[in-house]
Ligand binder design. Sequence first.
Ligand SMILES: Cc1cc2nc3c(=O)[nH]c(=O)nc-3n(C[C@H](O)[C@H](O)[C@H](O)COP(=O)(O)OP(=O)(O)OC[C@H]3O[C@@H](n4cnc5c(N)ncnc54)[C@H](O)[C@@H]3O)c2cc1C
Ligand code: SF4
Ligand code: SF4
Length: 346
Amino acid sequence: MVKQRMMVLGAGAAGLAAARELLDHSMDVVLVDKEDRWGGRAATYGCKATHRCTACGVCLLLDLLEDMEQREALAFYPRTELVGWKSRPEGGFTATLRDAAGKAWDEQVSALVVATGFTPFAARLLPDLGYGRLPGVLGADELEERLRIEGGLFLDGQRAKKIAFVQCAGSRHLLLGADYCSTVCCQYALRMALAMQQDFPDTEVTIFYMDLQAHARGFDEIVSVAEEQLRLLRGVPMHVERQEEGRLLVKYEDVEGARLQESPFDAVVISQGIRPGASTQQLALLLGINRDEHGFFMRHGTTQQSSRPGVYVAGTAGGPGDIRQSIASGRACAAALMQRNEEVGA
Ligand SMILES: Cc1cc2nc3c(=O)[nH]c(=O)nc-3n(C[C@H](O)[C@H](O)[C@H](O)COP(=O)(O)OP(=O)(O)OC[C@H]3O[C@@H](n4cnc5c(N)ncnc54)[C@H](O)[C@@H]3O)c2cc1C
Ligand code: SF4
Ligand code: SF4
């Protein structure tokens, strides 16, 4: 029997999960990523345990990374992009790849899993919050990385003790083109806040939110702890300015009190939502597949199938999701792809 050769584009949680599943079913896999490392965005996140595991999902990715390092039947091309895609008359596709040195070559594959992920909302699109202008205003993606590398949030060598999180940044916002919930930012914000408080009990955190979405399994429990330990404030920060002594003054609309209020903080964290990946539009054109009304690759119903037979969509390339869901989606893609092979008798 001729071994099937599959391509997976994107080596984040979803792409790695799809690749692993395909390898487990004795397929050859060509895994391509535009970066020079595996793991995607979640590889930059740290553990968010308090006195116990809060099931943030980062371990799931670490296990996947460790497992994939031992796979020999995998051709991994880092710093490489897909630049051509053609159906072959005899079935399958010819994919043209190009590496960072400009070398291009063709690969013959039976099918493709697109797992090119997402982009965090660009916080500078909310200029009144001061991102990129005021020191101490940072994106949640930067906080994730700082907690992993530095173990806390330090600004000019001083630990930030009073921290505000601004939820729904760039999500549920019609004018910013994203009238959907990103599903992950309530989870990661509460977990990061509780983890910081566990390590440094004098940390005070205010979460400015409109609605807390407990999408993940077991997350209700974390919300209950957060209600006791954090200040959860239904309010919309309108403006952030720097005070003379260097603190950040947040002016906000207190929704429950229906009035404008202000409060000083050492740091303001913008909880960015999930936006389509930077190359989504260009890839949709190249592959001849559709995008949905928010710009993510379209999937048909609950299947992982794109609008073109033989091309599947995994993880956040198809819309918001956490690490656990992205891994599940990658595995589901591989399963759908193998079923298709059986049906066409490949
Ligand atoms: C601030 C923040 C914190 C988060 N914290 C958590 C958390 O604690 N727990 C949790 O479960 N989830 C968390 N999430 C969500 C989590 O990041 C995603 O669920 C996960 O990263 C999705 O994996 P993915 O494989 O779909 O995409 P990605 O992680 O984005 O991986 C996509 C991969 O594709 C590659 N790629 C992109 N374009 C191309 C291209 N054109 N050609 C080749 N390769 C390409 C990228 O380099 C990358 O390696 C958080 C999200 C944000 C924004
Ligand atoms: S909090 Fe996250 S990284 Fe830490 S042990 Fe639990 S799942 Fe793993
Ligand atoms: S998960 Fe929470 S912060 Fe993120 S968009 Fe939904 S409600 Fe807003």
